[in-house]
Design a binder for this molecule. Structure first.
Ligand SMILES: [Zn+2]
Length: 370
C-alpha cells in the first residue's frame, strides 16, 4: 500500500514554541491557520497545569501579529506588546472569581495576580465562578468591530466554572457569533460543560507532561537550577502549575511542617505533636496541602523502609532515611499511608476541618503505636 505524504503538514518550529510537546494541539491549530479556517470557538482540553490558557494567549498573539514570521509573532509590534500586557482592546479575558471580587475594585488585583502567574489561578476566600455579568460584558465586547487585524478574541479560563445562567447566556453567543470573532475556552473538566457548549466548539487536546518535560520547562522557562527542578518536578504529577505551587515558599513551609510532624512523632515527642495539632485548629486552606505533603513523605518512608526504591522528596532524603530506620517495620509506614489516604477521601467528601488535625494525629500515633 502506498502512503500519500503530500498531505503531511509540517508545523514551523516557532509556532507555539513553548508548547512543543503538545504536538496534537500545535498541528491542529496550525492547520486551521494555514487553511484560513480559524473557528469561531475552540475548547482547549487537557489536564490542569499544562499550559492550555497560556497556549491560547500565544495563539491569539500569533494570529493578530501583522509581522509574524516562521510561525512566531514578532513580540515587538503594538499588538504583540499589548497582548503580552493583557490590555489589547481586541482581546477579552475572563476567569472564575467570586461575585464580590468581580463587582468591586479588587477585580483589577485579581487580573494582575492571574497575569503574573497564568499557570495558576488567583486564590480567593469565597468560591469563584464565571458569572452572568461577565458573559454580558463578553457580549458587549463582541458587539463592536475589531480595532486591529485578525479579529476579536475572548479567552475563558476554567470554562467549566460557568454557572448555569452564565452558560445559557454564553450558548447564545456561541450559536450566533458576530463575524470576525473567536472564543477560546479552556478547561481540565470538559465533561462539566454543557454538552451544547462542547458540541459548538472545536476540541483541541493537550496532554499530560512527563517528569522530564516538566523539568525542562522549569529550567528553560522559569530558570530553575536543574537539581531543584528535579525535586519539584518529581512531585508535580505532570503539571507545571503544581510544580510552581510546590516550589513556592509557602508550600515549602507546608512540606517542612509535614516532615517535622513525622520526625517528632517517630522520636516519641508526643507533646510537640499535640501542640502542633491544637495550633492548627480549623485552618481550611492549610489542610489539603498539608495532608498531600504528609502522604507524599509517608509514601517515601514506606519505600525506604522496605527497599532502596526511588523516592519523590529527594531533598529530604537524609531525614527520611532516619525516620524509616526509627519506624523499623515497613508495615507501620504502609498502614499509616493507607489511613492517611482514607483521610484524604474523607476530606474530599465531607470536609470537617475542626476535626481534621486531631484525626491526622490519631493516624500517626496509632500507626507508630505512640
Ligand atoms: Zn507582533
Amino acid at each position: 500500500m502506498e502512503i500519500d505524504n503530500s498531505k503531511k503538514i509540517s508545523v514551523p518550529d516557532g509556532f507555539l514554541r513553548a508548547f512543543s510537546v503538545q504536538e496534537t494541539a500545535r498541528k491542529f491549530l496550525w492547520q486551521a491557520y494555514a487553511g484560513g479556517r480559524i473557528a469561531s470557538a475552540y475548547l482547549f482540553v487537557g489536564p490542569a497545569g499544562v499550559g492550555k490558557f497560556l497556549a491560547a494567549i500565544e495563539f491569539v498573539k500569533f494570529l493578530k501579529c501583522p509581522n509574524k514570521k516562521d510561525g512566531s509573532p514578532c513580540e515587538n509590534c503594538q499588538s504583540c506588546r499589548t497582548i503580552n500586557n493583557w490590555d489589547n482592546p481586541d482581546v477579552f479575558i475572563i476567569f472564575p472569581m467570586p461575585k464580590s471580587v468581580w463587582e468591586s475594585e479588587s477585580r483589577g488585583r485579581a487580573y494582575e495576580d492571574f497575569k503574573k502567574s497564568p499557570h495558576l489561578r488567583p486564590s480567593f476566600e469565597k468560591s469563584s465562578s464565571i458569572l452572568l455579568s461577565m458573559i454580558h460584558n463578553v457580549q458587549r465586547f463582541l458587539s463592536t468591530p475589531a480595532t486591529g487585524g485578525g479579529g476579536k478574541f475572548v479567552l475563558v479560563a476554567d470554562a467549566h466554572k460557568m454557572n448555569k445562567e452564565a452558560a445559557n447566556a454564553f450558548l447564545k453567543t456561541l450559536e450566533e457569533p458576530p463575524p470576525d470573532t473567536h472564543i477560546i475556552l479552556s478547561t481540565d473538566r470538559a465533561e462539566a460543560l454543557l454538552p451544547t457548549i462542547r458540541s459548538r466548539s472545536q476540541i483541541v487536546r493537550f496532554r499530560r507532561l512527563s517528569t522530564e518535560e516538566v523539568v525542562r520547562h522549569l529550567v528553560y522557562t522559569y530558570g530553575f537550577p536543574p537539581e531543584r527542578a528535579d525535586v519539584v518536578a518529581s512531585i508535580s504529577e505532570g503539571s507545571i502549575a503544581r510544580a510552581l505551587l510546590t516550589s513556592s515558599d509557602e508550600f515549602q513551609k507546608v512540606r517542612d511542617d509535614a516532615l517535622k510532624l513525622l520526625s517528632d512523632a517517630v522520636k516519641g515527642d508526643i507533646i510537640s505533636v499535640w501542640e502542633w495539632a491544637s495550633a492548627q485548629k480549623s485552618r481550611m486552606d492549610y489542610a489539603r496541602p498539608f495532608l498531600n505533603s504528609l502522604i507524599s513523605i509517608t509514601r517515601d518512608v514506606a519505600v525506604l523502609s522496605s527497599s532502596n526504591g526511588n523516592i519523590l522528596n529527594k531533598d529530604f532524603e537524609g531525614e527520611l532515611v532516619s525516620i524509616a530506620r526509627r519506624i523499623g517495620s515497613p508495615f507501620d509506614a504502609v498502614d499509616m499511608l493507607s489511613k492517611l489516604l482514607s483521610l484524604q477521601s474523607d476530606l474530599d467528601r465531607n470536609p470537617q476541618y475542626a476535626l481534621f488535625y486531631n484525626a491526622v494525629i490519631d493516624v500517626v500515633a496509632n500507626s507508630l503505636k505512640l
